[in-house]
Design a protein around this ligand. Structure first.
Ligand code: SF4
Length: 445
């Protein structure tokens, strides 16, 4: 497809880009042609359209979440990862369910309601029963509202078990969709099986996961090939199951302690990274496009203007790292670049005119899978995103220790409430909002 894709002329590109909407997304061949187009004016227009597309689907809200690393023990040998089995310098840690609860409590105090649990792949340390135990323990012992899981590919029965323990989104990144590069990067361990990983969502969705997350690790192979493969994967899920992936993550290679790959074989520049975010947004309008703290602060702020809709904040990638407090390179999966704390991220998101959201309602109100995809494309999800963002922001503000941040957050929420004028949800929203200001929690639509 890449070889056959000719660049767009400016006029043709403008006319196509201006015709895009959640119901008329960029199809993969058009994405390939856009990737072949170098004209900066075309990309400026594409960036504006990507931002508009995100706002048509989700409004101005930007979802915040934190990863919770459960274990860095792994039987695989991925060349780019600090958790790899042959990293003899790594300090190995697997959190007990109690220790995972302690981490979740720490993050709960910071204001998070959704966490992404992350594990390496180890046959006896991080097996599905362990993940289930951790999920149940955190739900039981904390008020965390939704837990997503990033773990190795599993059988349908194991996936069903993890789902039944309360997992929201199930995330697996193919890393690279290029088979030869995949074989070189994953020389041993269960992860060496390309097809088992590629078909993972074809087991997860039948096992009950309406919401799945995919992605490629940028930098291992030609990013244009990877991006088009991610889009093809997304189209496959739509064709086969009626649902787009709930999230598409945009991780870029980072040097990891004790890994043999010191730099990306196919480096992706910041400008290319931005184009990738734009393409994902225009091609899969309903997806949460996720940019993590791997990326530098300035780039993370920029991608908010061009279609990203979810960001992690204040992350640690070593198991137990939140409670530990100090940095432990020898236990990390990769180096975090944006080390700003959650409070600063909230402040910056507000300053840029967006609404930081800690909402978890769709997972809990069964707006998932193909229901979510259809509602997002029809423009109905944003009707929920706005009130839910404001309620979660108000709850965050009321609990905030920083009085200035509290006032800034509440002022932004009150101002944005005006956008709800005429909404049938407004009377109920006002009641819930007043309840939250009095210290009430967990109000949503
Ligand atoms: S309403 Fe749904 S889509 Fe919108 S922020 Fe909440 S959970 Fe996400």
């Amino acid at each position: 497809m890449l070889a056959a894709a000719s660049p767009f002329g400016r006029k043709e590109a403008f006319s196509l880009l201006k015709s895009l909407s959640p119901k008329r997304r960029l199809i993969p061949f058009e994405a390939a042609r856009l990737l072949a187009t170098g004209d900066p004016m075309v990309w400026e227009t594409a960036a504006a359209m990507a931002r508009a597309m995100r706002e048509q689907v989700f409004g101005r809200r930007i979802v915040l979440f934190a990863p919770l690393y459960l274990s860095n023990e792994c039987s695989n040998n991925c060349l780019y990862c600090g958790f790899r089995r042959e990293n003899r310098e790594a300090r190995r840690i697997t959190l007990s369910p109690e220790a995972a609860v302690a981490e979740a409590r720490f993050l709960e105090k910071k204001g998070y309601h959704r966490l992404l649990l992350v594990t390496g792949e180890h046959p006896t340390r991080t097996q599905p029963a362990y993940i289930g135990d951790v999920l149940r323990a955190i739900y039981r012992e904390t008020k965390m509202r939704i837990l997503h899981v990033n773990a190795a590919p599993m059988t349908v029965d194991d996936l069903r078990m993890v789902k039944e323990a309360g997992a929201g989104v199930y995330q697996v990144f193919q890393e690279t969709y290029h088979p030869e590069t995949y074989a070189a990067m994953h020389p041993s361990g269960a992860k060496a099986d390309f097809a088992w990983r590629l078909t993972c969502m074809d087991r997860a969705i039948p096992a009950g996961f309406g919401d799945v997350g995919i992605g490629a690790l940028l930098g291992l192979y030609d990013y244009r090939y990877e991006v088009l493969s991610v889009l093809r994967h997304a189209e496959h899920l739509l064709e086969a199951y009626g649902t787009f992936p709930h999230t598409i993550s945009v991780p870029r290679f980072k040097k990891a302690f004790g890994s043999p790959l010191s730099s990306a074989p196919f480096p992706v520049s910041d400008a290319e990274f931005e184009r990738i975010v734009i393409l994902y947004r225009l091609s899969v309008p309903s997806a949460g496009v996720v940019v993590t703290t791997r990326e530098p602060a300035a780039l993370r702020e920029r991608v908010l203007d061009i279609g990203a809709s979810q960001i992690s904040a204040g992350s640690k990638t070593d198991p137990g790292g939140y409670a530990e407090g100090r940095r432990r390179h020898e236990a990390e999966q990769f180096e975090v670049d944006d080390t700003r704390p959650m409070e600063e991220i909230v402040r910056r998101v507000l300053a840029k005119g967006y609404l930081p959201s800690l909402c978890t309602s769709c997972y809990r109100k069964r707006r998932t899978g193909n229901t979510f995809t259809e509602m997002a494309v029809d423009g109905h999800i944003r009707d929920f995103c706005l009130p839910n963002a404001l309620l979660s922001l108000a709850e965050y503000a009321v609990a905030a220790e920083d009085a200035t941040l509290r006032e800034e957050s509440l002022a932004a929420a009150r101002e944005a409430r005006k956008e709800m004028e005429g909404s049938p949800l407004l009377p109920e929203f006002d009641r819930k909002f007043a309840f939250v200001l009095e210290g009430g929690r967990d109000q949503c639509f």
